[in-house]
Design a protein around this ligand. Structure first.
Ligand code: PBG
Length: 328
């Protein structure tokens, strides 16, 4: 292999136009999925304290926000519902008149050309904040997946385009797939949170979604932070069960997992840049300790460079604006 002085890496770096030509990773608006939180009421826009720029929105405000997101060229939102009423069995999760089901219908009626993805889980709807039905302190797997399948079906009946189960129960993808297929929704894709870690980075989300568990943690179903072989087994299983897109979550601290999943399965792969990743960049930016925009873009590049085809991010609008600003 020839070396310096024949080889000069800087030849491709002197000129910004050349740098643009040889850049291996490109961010596009098609990469972006914007998470939104829906609450009961009208004209509600509650700021989430630990996530500057993120709000809990009532349905009327959500519709306005979705129009703005669509006009920016972002193809998809993912919706999380915070119900009026929580109970032991999370009934509003699968109520056809629940907060999320009403929100989907309202957005679908008013906003064209925007994909609605819905998060399917029980934790926002149960009084105890756990991701499923409890027997004592234990989350029941097989009983819970039946409810998740019902929840997903009500979302699709209301007009959801893609279903994203985030609960990490075993067998939920198969149960949801069957529930959808039996009711004529064969064409609706499932984006499974396939490798979802029991992460401290979800802290701010639990403020936004009011879903902090009343006791204990999520370690009995979410993955151990030290594992990657297990992530591959989780992903393989979800694909077998019918997942169309597989997700790794969180994103930034698990770039190795994204790369491995993409290389192993070659599936459409999503990553979730979660609330804590967002909050850290926002906080350091607000303090003037980092250049927020620059770090936001660098973190997004890292996720794509690791192999993600798309990512969920609270920065979606800011990234879309940056793309609009910097694209000639
Ligand atoms: C569960 C769910 C969570 C997130 C997305 N879906 C929280 C959890 O598992 O505790 C976290 C997302 C984030 O931190 O931004 N419904």
């Amino acid at each position: 292999m020839s070396t310096y002085p024949l080889i000069r890496h800087r030849r491709l770096r002197y000129n910004p136009l050349v740098r643009d030509m040889v850049r291996e990773t490109v961010l596009t608006k098609n990469d972006l999925i914007y998470p939104l939180f829906v609450v009961p009421g009208t004209k509600v826009k509650n700021p989430v304290k630990s996530m500057p720029g993120v709000f809990q929105l009532s349905i009327d405000e959500l519709v306005k926000e979705c129009k703005e997101v669509r006009d920016l060229g972002i193809p998809a939102v993912i919706l999380f519902g915070i119900p009026d009423h929580k109970d032991e069995v999370g009934s509003e999760a699968y109520d056809p008149e629940g907060i999320i089901q009403r929100a989907i219908r309202a957005v679908k009626k008013e906003v064209k050309d925007l994909l609605i993805i819905t998060d399917v889980c029980m934790c926002e709807y149960t009084s105890h904040g756990h991701c499923g039905l409890l027997l004592g302190d234990e989350i029941l797997n097989d009983e819970t997946i039946e409810l998740l399948a019902r929840e997903a079906l009500t979302h699709v009946q209301a007009g959801a385009d893609i279903i994203a189960p985030s609960d990490m129960m075993d067998g939920r993808v198969a149960a949801i797939r069957k529930g959808l297929d039996d009711n004529g929704f064969q064409k609706i894709p499932i984006m499974s949170y396939a490798a979802k870690y029991a992460s401290g980075f979800y802290g701010p989300f639990r403020d936004a979604a009011e879903s902090t568990p009343a006791f204990g943690d999520r370690k009995s179903h979410q993955m151990d932070i030290g594992n990657i072989n297990e992530a591959l087994r989780e992903v393989a299983e979800d694909i077998e069960e019918g997942a169309d897109i597989v997700m790794v979550k969180p994103a930034g601290p698990y770039l190795d997992v994204i790369r491995k999943v993409k290389d192993t399965f070659g599936m459409p792969t999503a990553a979730y840049q979660v609330s804590g990743e967002y909050a850290m960049i926002k906080a350091a930016g607000a303090n003037g300790w980092i250049d927020e925009e620059r770090v936001m873009i660098e973190a997004a590049y890292a996720i794509k460079r690791a192999g993600a085809d798309m990512f969920l991010t609270y920065f979606a609008k800011d990234i879309a604006k940056w793309i609009n600003k910097t694209t000639k």
